[in-house]
Write a protein that binds this ligand. Structure first.
Ligand code: ADP
Length: 497
């Protein structure tokens, strides 16, 4: 076990303690006695310093040519490759995802660094003819200013990277407030950016709790963009604060994602995808497949194999490479899952497996939970409507594709969905009808790639997308430029050439 790390905030290019001198503990969710480190418990004063540093650094960074900014991101990407294994181990230890998934999380940050570095030489605008002679029209992207980035614990490096890299390449400066459960992974990312030569004040990192450190960042008059990924409750609060001063706001919140399994599906493939979607990251992904809507003709067969596979998952310490599913992130999450198990039972859903905390031996040291499957659920049950964020799945029978689509869409969220079918007509109809920002055919609901837009419809978000070129729209404003070289007054819509 590595010794506890005493960590600091990164403000204006310096590693500093919280103004209060207070710190909080970062604990391994698989082994409670493993204290990973102490991180600064920041408050409004720390945020004030970080935002001021970011504001001061903004002018020079905004004027640094974007390809030069990109070179720093390229360097950061290369350093992430060199440090990948160490960072993945830190992440598995602090967050509890299986080592293989932790490596993938770091890989997303690497991919995003390189992708956005490339945007330093793109960030294409438009040129278009003017309606008047001797006049030139074009659009360019302009940075917005200081960005406040607030991130959750389930993708502790990928999500900070999804926000940092596009913000930086567009010429903004940032203050990152990572989740209190996973400050080490965010620290590792910021350290890489420091080592890659990011100028002082351009990237600032403030650890701490949501209400104490996140809220002041959202409220601060100098933060012009807020990008938030987390719960719908907090997202709503953040949106209300941002509305007061018309800040740019990108929200990425909950999901109640669905896999539709049709009667003609390759059932083996569908089960494999459903197990991965439901129990990968212990169900703690915003794209987790928490509902499986299955055609009645294959419902029994599918559920039998699915339950068998769920029971066979190897659960334990994520640092053990054989382990497929780690613990839940913390006690609160464990209590939430327990609460939903009780709700499901009361609603009359049939518990097919799991439904309890794992205990005995090493399990007593962590927040381990048995993969849980509820059968014969009706679409209106709370376990089929509300986001649980744990290894809990609701199986819902359907009579045909139309009904499956209706059930699939009948939730407030709209992040990801998928269909398993051998019928191309069904696949295309579902593709058109599903109200989700992400849709898969013959694949699970998880597995986004960084060069495609990521985000959800309905109450999952507020219409923005992360990743891909779409992310640049969050971190830049279009400036439309007209250059009149006629040497005379030309009036649009009035003068005819
Ligand atoms: P989760 O349930 O996934 O932990 P939260 O929405 O509670 O999601 O947290 C996501 C991020 O938002 C974390 O970094 C957390 O510290 C932060 N946060 C929580 N409350 C607030 C708040 N009132 N204002 C700003 N950020 C907050």
């Amino acid at each position: 076990m590595a010794p506890p790390k005493i960590s600091k905030n990164f403000i204006n290019g310096e590693w500093v303690e919280a103004v209060s001198g207070e710190a909080f503990e970062n604990i391994n969710p698989a082994q409670h006695q493993d204290l990973i480190g102490l991180f600064p418990r920041s408050s409004g004063e720390d945020v004030e310093r970080a935002v001021t540093a970011a504001r001061d650094a903004y002018r020079a960074w905004r004027l640094t040519p974007a390809p030069r900014r990109g070179e720093i991101l390229y360097r950061a990407g290369r350093m992430l490759i060199e440090r990948k294994e160490m960072i993945a181990r830190d992440m598995a230890r602090e967050m509890g995802k299986a080592l293989e998934e932790a490596r993938a999380d770091v890989q997303e940050a690497i991919d995003m660094a390189f992708y956005m570095a490339g945007e330093g030489r793109r960030q294409f605008g438009q040129t278009t003819p003017s309606e008047l002679p001797d006049k030139f029209c074009m659009t360019v992207r302009s940075p917005v200013g200081v960005c406040g980035l607030i991130t959750p614990w389930n993708f502790p490096m990928a999500i900070p990277a999804w926000k940092l890299m596009p913000a930086l390449i567009c010429g903004n400066t940032v203050v990152l407030k990572p989740a209190e459960d996973t400050p080490l992974s965010a620290y590792n990312l910021v350290k890489v950016l420091e080592d890659a030569g990011i100028p002082r004040g351009v990237v600032n990192y403030v650890a701490g709790f949501g209400p104490e450190a996140g809220a002041p960042l959202v409220k601060h008059p100098l933060t012009r963009v807020i990008s938030f990924t987390g719960s719908s409750e907090v997202g709503r609060e953040v949106a209300q604060v941002c509305a007061g001063s018309f800040k740019h706001l990108c929200l990425e919140m909950g999901g109640k994602n669905v896999i539709l399994v049709m009667e003609d599906a390759d059932l083996e493939l569908a089960v494999e995808g459903a197990v991965w979607g439901a129990f990968g990251t212990t169900g703690q992904r915003c794209t987790a497949a928490s509902r499986l809507v299955i055609h009645k003709a294959v419902y029994r067969q599918f559920s039998e194999i699915f339950v068998e596979r769920a029971k066979a998952l190897r659960i334990g310490d994520p640092l053990d490479p054989r382990v497929q599913m780690g613990p839940l992130i913390n006690q609160t999450q464990l209590e939430t899952v327990d609460r939903y198990i009780a709700i499901g039972k009361n609603e009359g859903a049939k518990l097919l497996c799991g439904g309890h905390r794992l205990t005995g031996g090493a399990y007593d040291q962590g927040w381990f939970y048995a993969p849980t499957v509820f059968g014969d659920c009706s679409p209106q049950m709370r376990i089929a409507q509300e986001e649980i964020f744990g290894p809990v799945v609701a199986l819902i029978p359907a009579t045909d594709l139309d009904q499956a689509i209706e059930i699939g869409n009948n939730v407030v969220y709209g992040l990801s969905s998928s269909i398993y079918t051998a019928d191309v007509n069904k696949a295309f109809r579902a593709m058109r009808e599903m109200e989700t920002g992400i849709f898969y055919v013959n694949a699970s609901t998880i597995g986004a790639e960084i060069h495609l837009p990521f985000g959800g419809m309905k109450q999952t978000g507020n219409g923005h997308r992360e990743a891909a070129v779409a992310a640049l729209d969050v971190y830049s404003e279009w400036k439309t430029i007209y250059v009149d070289y006629s040497g005379k007054l030309q009036r649009a819509q009035i003068d005819q050439a």
